[in-house]
Design a protein around this ligand. Structure first.
Ligand code: SF4
Length: 482
């Protein structure tokens, strides 16, 4: 395709990657289609991106909205829009059901509005059976694409506008990362920054490596450029995102290759970025170097989310997690020793195939010994396509629920012991929002990720302020600005 540089979107200035330039020409073309629609409707067409799942999907949705806004749509929050895009998740079976339920509602809207468009993308679309189901039962859907070709959204939109048929474009894998496309951030003051995509770990319960592909790292140059641009745009906090940030660097050329701790050092040097978070480290890979990098960089948030999944070494082996109860606890001890002010949170699965009460006892033992500040607990959800789904010794719902309640009790007791430790101290918080229950209060987030509510107004949103923590209420504090 020959590129007409004269019509490129203003955001394309400085873009050098050929694929990105190509996509900018499609953005220009798609603008024409949206302008026609606007004329027809006599108003600006609206688009709604509905996001399911994790931070990665949230970040992808910002990219989708960036393109939609660039081509002339108004981004809205309700599905009562001219264009609805479902960015799906497939980590749990019921996530699929939720999307299909929503499609039923949208179908009735399509009947009333012939110009309406619906697209589905994300992890669920990487599964053949899900796509077949939509093809068969939801024929009104206009566009289906997957996780690997999201950067082609503008091109796919053009195809959608030019065709009456359902456009389906799913790739099994990719090794490319396309940079510098438009993005519309949800918050003006904080942003996620992808540092890598995909996962090589193949935990036996997890579908992610199958739907997001193998690990690919962005170059440090691209990551730092994005952080600098965000800082110039007023962003104060970034969250570096990857399924397993400790293995950042895989696949980079010798010239570009740096480790994740080195990347943290570089991001912390970006002027204007005052706080750096990251998600998610893997207990099998988290290194002393990384802990030391956090220690030497006060900008790095004092919060480590370290997914445990199970405290039983036997179950961890079946989960293919590559660490033991003991090595996990040693890691927690090291973090506590070097970063005494850090909050440690975790994810735990109960009811994994073959799990006995004694395995859950081991998990509860880790919860107590590690003293988690919080734990996100889940009942195991059988995910078709993963090895664990075909394990024969599936746990009954009744046993899983009983053990879930035992675990939850332990988690709550431990979290209660941890909470309140900072009562009476002054903490620096980033103000994020007006309090949902009381508009005289604002809500800020501390370095350790705990929320604090205190008197304030809208003008504080996006600024860092010092707050005296007056009282702890379990998972949050109330305070007073000093
Ligand atoms: S590390 Fe395991 S749980 Fe996390 S995304 Fe990779 S396979 Fe899934």
């Amino acid at each position: 395709m020959s590129l007409d540089m004269s019509i490129l979107h203003k955001n394309a200035i400085g873009v050098t990657d050929e694929e990105s330039l190509k996509q900018f020409t499609y953005i220009e073309k798609a603008k024409g289609y949206v302008a026609e629609l606007e004329k027809e409707l006599g108003r600006k067409p609206t688009a709604c991106v509905v996001t399911f799942g994790c931070q990665m999907n949230a970040k992808d949705s910002e990219k989708l909205i960036g393109i939609l806004v660039s081509i002339g749509y108004e981004s809205v929050e309700t599905e009562d829009a001219d264009f609805v895009i479902y960015n799906t998740c497939t980590v749990r079976d019921n996530a699929d059901q939720r999307v299909l339920g929503r499609l039923g509602y949208v179908k009735s809207l399509h009947k009333k509005r012939p110009w309406m468009k619906t697209a589905i993308c994300g992890c669920m679309m990487q599964e053949k059976t899900a796509v077949e189901k939509i093809q068969k039962s939801y024929r009104f859907v206009n566009l289906i694409f997957g996780t690997h070709n999201l950067y082609k959204f503008a091109e796919l939109l053009c195809q959608m506008f030019e065709s009456d048929r359902m456009i389906i474009d799913i790739w099994e894998k990719t090794d490319r990362i396309v940079e510098q496309l438009p993005i519309s951030r949800k918050y003006s003051f904080k942003s996620g920054v992808n540092i890598m995509f995909g996962c090589n770990n193949f935990c036996t319960y997890c579908i992610v490596p199958y739907v997001r592909g193998r690990e690919r790292s962005r170059t440090p140059k691209d990551i730092i450029r994005e952080c600098e641009e965000l800082a110039a745009d007023g962003v104060k906090e970034v969250m570096l995102l990857g399924q397993n940030v400790d293995s950042y660097g895989i696949g980079l050329s010798d010239e570009d290759k740096i480790s994740f701790p080195e990347l943290l050092d570089e991001v912390c040097k970006v002027e204007g970025i005052e706080r750096v978070r990251f998600m998610t480290p893997h207990p099998k890979d988290m290194s002393v170097d990384l802990i030391d990098a956090i220690v030497r960089n006060p900008k790095v948030a004092r919060h480590i989310h370290l997914p445990l999944q199970s405290g039983s070494t036997e179950i961890l082996k079946r989960m293919n997690r590559h660490y033991t109860k003991e090595s996990y606890l040693q890691l927690v001890d090291l973090i506590r020793e070097k970063l005494p002010d850090a909050a440690i949170t975790t994810d735990i699965i109960v009811g994994f195939p073959g799990e006995k009460d004694s395995d859950v006892d081991e998990t509860i033992d880790v919860v107590r010994k590690a003293g988690f500040d919080n734990a996100f607990t889940f009942i195991y959800s059988k995910r078709t396509g993963t090895p664990a789904a075909s394990f024969e010794d599936q746990v009954s719902e009744e046993d899983a629920k009983r053990n879930f309640n035992r675990l939850l009790k332990a988690v709550q007791e431990t979290a209660r012991l941890q909470s309140g430790k900072l009562e009476g101290t002054v903490e620096r918080v980033l103000v994020e929002d007006i309090n949902e229950q009381d508009s005289n209060l604002v809500t800020g987030r501390m370095s350790n990720n705990t929320l604090v509510h205190f008197p304030g107004d809208e003008s504080l949103i996006g600024t860092f302020v010092d707050v005296h923590l007056d009282e702890c209420h379990g998972f949050y504090y109330t305070g007073t600005m000093v």
